[in-house]
Ligand binder design. Structure first.
Ligand SMILES: [Zn+2]
Ligand SMILES: [Zn+2]
Length: 160
């Protein structure tokens, strides 16, 4: 995914959004929460600073107890219920996890990593050589230098 603007929206079209930057990283998450929330085998999330997510209006949200013990806010369209992104209180910085399936061109954001594969559905074969983590990973060991620098800036902005 380049730096060009990407757009997406919910199923009924009431929510439309633009991403003003490329994601920091793209996760395919195979955890049980993501399976339940999507009703599917896994979710694809674009981890991106909140300030780069530009919706036409604010989606509704509800709060779940996250697996980490810190809350997980799930944002959705109040008309059609499509879940467009999440805010994980446990994740560093002020960032959202945007669902790649709501993009107009989801084919442009293949996952960089597969996480929580300990609960991956057994019939699902991941691409050869794909980075796979049983649970989570260390950001320092996985992210590009550019993304780490963006996170560092985002964390210093969000404490102000
Ligand atoms: Zn909708
Ligand atoms: Zn998950």
């Amino acid at each position: 995914m380049s730096n060009t603007t990407r757009a997406g929206g919910c199923a009924c079209g009431a929510i439309r959004y633009k991403l003003a930057e490329a994601p920091l990283i793209v996760h395919a998450c195979h955890c049980r929460d993501c399976q339940r929330l999507t009703g599917s085998a896994f979710v694809i999330n674009l981890w991106i600073e909140r300030k780069f997510v530009e919706p036409n209006h604010a989606p509704k949200s509800f709060r779940l107890a996250g697996g980490t013990g810190k809350p997980h806010d799930v944002f959705f369209c109040e008309k059609c219920g499509t879940y467009v992104w999440s805010f994980y209180h446990a994740a560093p910085g002020d960032a959202l996890f945007v669902r790649a399936g709501t993009l107009d061109r989801p084919e442009e954001v293949p996952p960089d990593v597969h996480i929580f594969t300990r609960t991956k559905l057994p019939w699902l074969q991941l691409p050869e050589g794909a980075p796979v983590f049983e649970t989570f990973y260390k950001i320092d060991e996985v992210w590009t230098a550019k993304s780490k620098e963006r996170l560092r800036r985002n964390k210093s902005e969000s404490v102000e």
